[in-house]
Design a protein around this ligand. Structure first.
Ligand SMILES: CC(=O)N[C@H]1[C@@H](OP(=O)(O)OP(=O)(O)OC[C@H]2O[C@@H](n3ccc(=O)[nH]c3=O)[C@H](O)[C@@H]2O)O[C@H](CO)[C@@H](O)[C@@H]1O[C@H](C)C(=O)N[C@@H](C)C(=O)N[C@H](CCC(=O)O)C(=O)O
Ligand SMILES: Nc1ncnc2c1ncn2[C@@H]1O[C@H](COP(=O)(O)OP(=O)(O)OP(=O)(O)O)[C@@H](O)[C@H]1O
Ligand SMILES: N[C@H](CCC[C@H](N)C(=O)O)C(=O)O
Ligand SMILES: [Mg+2]
Length: 509
């Protein structure tokens, strides 16, 4: 692509070397290792390293245009474009390079601490029932009909985002549902994508390693609704669907309502879209949903009140986009499982064993509260906390797990660069029940009962101990890793799948 087309709309502070129509660019890259002959390399000041240090590598790999923030000296045949913010510029270059693909489809962003992935699955199912071709970007994978790609991040980097949306549009996708993480808003991954609608599910503690305070975390989410969404070129009657029962959702409506035209959903509060009655069981949810003067019933195999909120979020977005009610009902009914979210891995004569992705205290509380009414025996919870992530949530999760479980097994969950035992010690701080500091599967078979906990750092051993000690009337919850098929220890990413491990132990009991 011609450099002058690529640089359209970009605020250039200075340019040296060949320029304008003389230069043709073969690809845009933000990682020097991906540069090939005639690439354009954007140097980004990152959190771990500075892209400016890789400019020479990029040129060695064939880059002939460098976009950067700092003054650099380059051979005369290399074009250097100086800009104020490399990350911001990458988004604009990506939009230009892939010919602005988000304009060509309906795009819905799903935001909030918990429930994003689940809402994307429900919306995808509704859109399919309505006959739309739907693409999804999120934690589990990036996909559109005929293709599934690995998802390195929940929300892709701007360049990858624009590339994938272009690919979707070229393959006939008409509707995009994207999880938008707070990191993605803060790191400007989505600024150049035009969304038709944003959903806000809830806000509770997570990611304070990155945002430091809940206020900053909220502000990152809010920026999407107050700047990114209205900054786009799409105009709809409603621009956001917000959980009116969530305190931060209420604040979001107060602070951005005038710009973003909210449609509210909820159970407790008077909301535009409300579940007026519902029935929750281990077989799923049945609910009566009221929309203005009209009402209709929905049913789904998803379990728990929190999933009713997720259904309401997806229904609200669909109503805002004028999807026919019949398609909404069919879509919700067809949506019976989200990988790794309260996924049952046991058979009918065995204890109920669920694998779930709860990795915050709010998620863990809601899942355990949803399972508690159905317990006939004990609830045994196995969980750990990820390394190099929000440390503040560790004691909170410890407290919730032991409060709602009869037995908790503390183990490891992606320790990354941290010592697994020191993560477990952080969890223990929140546990005020009688503690048995070190444990093994033998401690369990010796008859540990009550609201105690044991520590079994090896996740495989921990899952095995839980399943071996469970009686048929017990419920076992294996939380935190859900669909993940890896365990990150140090720099190593080893294959590990809670579901496979649990099934293996279930077969042998
Ligand atoms: C904190 C964070 O989000 N960091 C993301 C960010 O990294 P960064 O820009 O700081 O990159 P860096 O490693 O410092 O490198 C700086 C620059 O040098 C470049 N470089 C580096 C090495 C080299 O040899 N050559 C080279 O050019 C890099 O490509 C980069 O452009 O941009 C990278 C490229 O897009 C991301 O991969 C990276 O995500 C890291 C891996 C990450 O773990 N992110 C998590 C926290 C995250 O984003 N999570 C959210 C939410 C999860 C959820 O709750 O659902 C998500 O959306 O996934
Ligand atoms: N609406 C909700 N409110 C609170 N907890 C929820 C809700 N929906 C799901 N959960 C819990 O949170 C976990 C993660 O759900 P899900 O993957 O849908 O959320 P997410 O926002 O995509 O999470 P992530 O930020 O990790 O991508 C679930 O396994 C469940 O334990
Ligand atoms: N998307 C979340 C997922 C956490 C899942 C948990 N298994 C962990 O590794 O901490 C994060 O990156 O914080
Ligand atoms: Mg997700």
């Amino acid at each position: 692509m011609n450099l002058s087309i690529l640089l359209k709309g970009i605020n250039i502070l200075g340019i040296s070397g060949p320029s304008g129509s003389e230069v043709n660019v073969s690809s845009v890259c933000y990682n020097s290792r991906q540069c090939t002959p005639d690439s354009l390399f954007v140097a980004i000041r990152g959190l771990k390293s500075d892209g400016h240090e890789y400019i020479d590598d990029a040129v060695r790999c064939g880059a002939k245009v460098i976009v950067c923030e700092k003054e650099v000296t380059m051979p005369p045949e290399i074009t250097v474009v100086r800009v104020e913010n490399g990350r911001r510029t990458l988004g604009l270059l990506a939009r230009n390079f892939y010919a602005d693909p988000s304009r060509c489809l309906v795009a819905v962003a799903v935001m909030g601490t918990n429930g994003k992935t689940t809402v994307t699955y429900i919306l995808e199912s509704i859109f399919q029932a309505a006959g739309f071709s739907c693409g999804v970007l999120g934690t589990v994978n990036y996909r559109y009909p005929g293709l599934v790609m690995e998802a390195p991040n929940t929300t892709p980097e701007s360049l990858d985002l624009q590339r994938i949306i272009r690919e979707m549009v070229d393959h006939g996708v008409t509707h995009l549902v994207a999880e938008v993480s707070s990191h993605a808003v803060d790191l400007r991954r989505i600024d150049d994508c035009d969304f038709d609608l944003g959903i806000f599910t809830n806000l509770t503690q997570d990611h304070l390693d990155y945002h430091k305070t809940m206020e900053n975390y909220f502000q990152a989410k809010k920026r999407f609704f107050s700047e990114v969404l209205p900054g786009g070129r799409k105009q709809h009657r409603y621009a956001m669907a917000v959980n009116a029962d969530d305190p931060w959702g209420k604040r979001l409506i107060r602070e951005t309502g005038e710009i973003s035209r909210p449609l509210t959903f909820g159970i407790e509060e008077k909301a535009d879209i409300r579940a007026s009655s519902f029935d929750l069981s281990l077989d799923g949810i049945r609910a009566e949903i009221v929309v203005g003067s009209m009402s209709f019933d929905v049913d789904t195999a998803l379990i728990g009140k929190f999933n009713l909120y997720n259904v309401l979020a997806a229904v609200s977005a669909s109503v805002a986009l004028r999807v026919p009610i019949e398609a909404i009902r069919r879509g919700v009914r067809a949506m019976n499982a989200v990988p790794g979210r309260l996924e049952k891995v046991s058979g009918s004569t065995q204890p109920d064993v669920f694998v779930d992705y709860a990795h915050t205290d709010d998620a863990l509380r809601r899942v355990l509260q949803s399972l508690s009414p159905f317990k006939r025996g004990r609830i045994i919870t196995v969980f750990g906390c990820g390394g190099d992530r929000d440390r503040g949530k560790r004691p909170l999760m410890g407290k919730v797990a032991t409060n709602y479980s009869d037995l908790t097994i503390l183990t490891s969950d992606n320790p990354r660069s941290e010592d697994p035992l020191s993560i477990i010690r952080d969890i223990e701080v929140g546990i005020n029940s009688q503690s048995i500091p070190e444990g093994s599967s033998e401690d369990l078979s010796r008859g540990m009962t009550g609201r105690g906990y044991v520590v079994i750092p090896d996740r495989r051993e921990a899952i095995g101990a839980a399943i071996r000690s469970a009686r048929p009337s017990d419920i076992v919850l294996i939380a935190g890793k859900g669909h993940e098929d890896y365990q990150i220890i140090g720099e190593k990413r080893l294959f590990f799948d809670d579901r496979a491990v649990a099934k293996e132990f279930l077969q042998n009991t």
